[in-house]
Design a protein around this ligand. Structure first.
Ligand SMILES: C[S@@+](CC[C@H](N)C(=O)[O-])C[C@H]1O[C@@H](n2cnc3c(N)ncnc32)[C@H](O)[C@@H]1O
Length: 391
C-alpha cells in the first residue's frame, strides 16, 4: 500500500491542527504523519497517538519520529485498537466515492464516499472527552448534506472552519464537538448513543444506561437498553416533548406506555421496548396470542377512555403499538384531556379497516359503548367474542 503524500487537503487541515490541537491528540489515518507531527510541535499538546490501517505508514512513521517522543504510532482500523479518550481527534479520511476496480484505502471512503466517515462518527464520541474537539476534512464529492446529517444524527455540533476550491471540488474543514444534549446524557451514564429513527416531530436515539451512575446506592451494575426522544430540529412543536413526559408520568402508574426513566429540558429517556410492531404481530403470531394481545389493547384503550384522555392516532397505530410480553403503546406527544375520548372506538376502526373485525358486527357494540362507558367488562367480553369469531 502506498503512503498518502501530503496534498492540498492535508495542508488545509494542517493550518487548523496548528491552531486547535491540545491535550491528548488522536491523528486518525495519519499516512505520512503530517498532522501528528504538526500537533506534536504545539506546546499545549501532551501526546499524539497516530494510527493508520496501513502497516507501511506506521513503520515509516516510527523511523521518522525517532526524536519526537510525543508521538505514538499504532496500527488500527479506525478505533479498533484504541481504548482511551482524546481531547482532540484529527481525521482527514479517504472521502472519494469508490471508483470501479481501483482499491486504495487512502482515497476511497466507500461506495458513496461517506461510508467510512459514517462509521467514524458512529464511534467517535466514545473516544472523545466531554469537551473534546474533532477536526474533520472532507470534500464536496463526499456529499456535504449527508455528512451534516450524519454529524447531527450522532448528537454532535459542527462549525465550518474553512472552504477551499481546488480543481473539481471544494474542501471543507469542520470543527465538531459534543452537543449539550449528548454531554448531559453521557453525564447521566448513557453510552453507545446511536440514532434509531424519527417521527414527524421527534428523533429517537438508543443507548445503554448504566443505572449505577445515577443511583449510587444500587449495588449491582445494571446496563439497560434505553430509548431517548428529542425534538427534531425541523419541528416547531416545542411543547410536545413536555406533554409526552407529563402523560407518561400519569399513565405509567396505570401500566400504560413505555417506562419513563428520566428527562431533561428537551428530551426524555425511557426503557427500550424490544418488540414487534402490531401489524407484523397480527400477520405472524398464532390466534391465541393475537386474541390475548388485542384484548389487552382494548383494555388499555378502555382505561384511557375512562381517564378522559385521548391518545390520538389509535385508528392508525402501526408504529404506535409494539408488542413485547404485552402490547405497549408508544408516542403520547399529542395526548390530551377530553370529554369525548375515542381510543377504543379508533382502535376498533383500525381492526375493521384491516379486516380483523366486521363493521356490521361491531357497530351495535360501539353504539352501546358510546352510550354507557361504565359497562366495561360486558363490552370487553363481547369484543373478545367478536375477535374470537373473526380470527
Ligand atoms: C486522505 S489520507 C490522509 C493522510 C494524512 N492524515 C494527511 O492528512 O495527509 C487517509 C489516510 O487514512 C488511512 N485509512 C484509511 N482507512 C482507514 C481505517 N479504516 N483506519 C485507519 N486509517 C485508515 C489511509 O491509509 C490514509 O493514510
Amino acid at each position: 500500500m502506498d503512503i498518502y503524500e501530503p496534498r492540498e487537503d492535508s495542508y488545509l487541515l494542517q493550518k487548523y491542527v496548528q491552531k486547535y490541537a491540545l491535550g491528548r491528540v488522536l491523528d486518525l489515518g495519519t499516512g505520512s504523519g503530517i498532522q501528528a507531527l504538526t500537533a506534536a510541535k504545539n506546546l499545549k499538546v501532551k501526546e499524539v497517538v497516530a494510527v493508520d490501517i496501513n502497516e507501511q505508514a506506521i513503520s515509516e512513521l516510527k523511523i521518522k519520529i525517532k526524536l519526537q517522543k510525543k508521538i505514538k504510532p499504532k496500527l488500527s482500523d479506525l478505533f479498533s485498537n484504541l481504548n482511551h479518550k482524546f481531547d482532540t481527534i484529527i481525521f482527514n479520511p479517504p472521502y472519494l466515492p469508490q471508483d470501479k476496480g481501483i482499491e486504495d484505502p487512502a482515497l476511497y471512503g466507500g461506495k458513496h464516499g461517506y461510508e467510512l466517515s459514517e462509521k467514524f462518527f458512529n464511534q467517535v464520541s466514545e473516544f472523545l472527552t466531554p469537551a473534546g474537539k474533532i477536526l474533520f476534512l472532507f470534500s464536496s464529492l463526499t456529499n456535504q448534506k449527508k455528512i451534516d446529517k450524519i454529524i447531527e444524527n450522532n448528537l454532535l455540533n459542527f462549525k465550518q472552519l474553512a472552504k477551499q476550491h481546488i480543481h473539481f471540488e471544494d474542501l471543507f474543514v469542520y470543527l465538531i464537538e459534543k452537543s449539550n444534549l449528548r454531554k448531559e446524557l453521557e453525564q447521566k451514564g448513557i453510552t453507545e448513543i446511536n440514532y434509531l429513527t424519527h417521527g414527524k416531530r421527534g428523533n429517537i436515539f438508543v443507548g445503554k444506561w448504566n443505572k449505577n451512575i445515577v443511583d449510587k446506592k444500587l449495588l449491582t451494575t445494571n446496563n439497560i437498553k434505553v430509548a431517548i426522544k428529542t425534538k427534531r430540529k425541523e419541528s416547531q412543536a416545542v411543547e410536545r416533548i413536555k406533554n409526552e413526559i407529563k402523560w407518561l408520568k400519569i399513565l405509567n402508574k396505570k401500566q400504560i406506555g413505555p417506562k419513563l426513566l428520566f428527562y431533561g429540558e428537551n428530551y426524555f429517556v425511557y426503557e427500550f421496548v424490544e418488540g414487534t410492531f402490531i401489524l407484523d404481530y397480527l400477520e405472524k403470531e398464532n390466534k391465541e396470542k393475537i386474541k390475548k394481545m388485542l384484548v389487552n389493547v382494548l383494555e388499555q384503550c378502555f382505561l384511557l377512555d375512562k381517564l378522559k384522555v385521548n391518545k390520538e392516532e389509535m385508528h392508525r397505530p402501526l408504529k404506535h403499538i409494539l408488542v413485547a410480553k404485552k402490547p405497549i403503546m408508544l408516542d403520547f406527544e399529542r395526548c390530551h384531556h377530553t370529554e369525548k375520548p375515542q381510543n377504543l372506538t379508533q382502535f376498533i376502526e383500525f381492526l375493521v379497516r384491516y379486516k380483523f373485525l366486521q363493521h356490521k358486527t361491531v357497530l351495535p357494540l360501539l353504539k352501546e359503548y358510546k352510550k354507557n362507558i361504565k359497562q366495561k367488562r360486558i363490552l370487553i367480553v363481547n369484543f373478545e367474542k367478536l375477535i374470537q369469531n373473526s380470527l
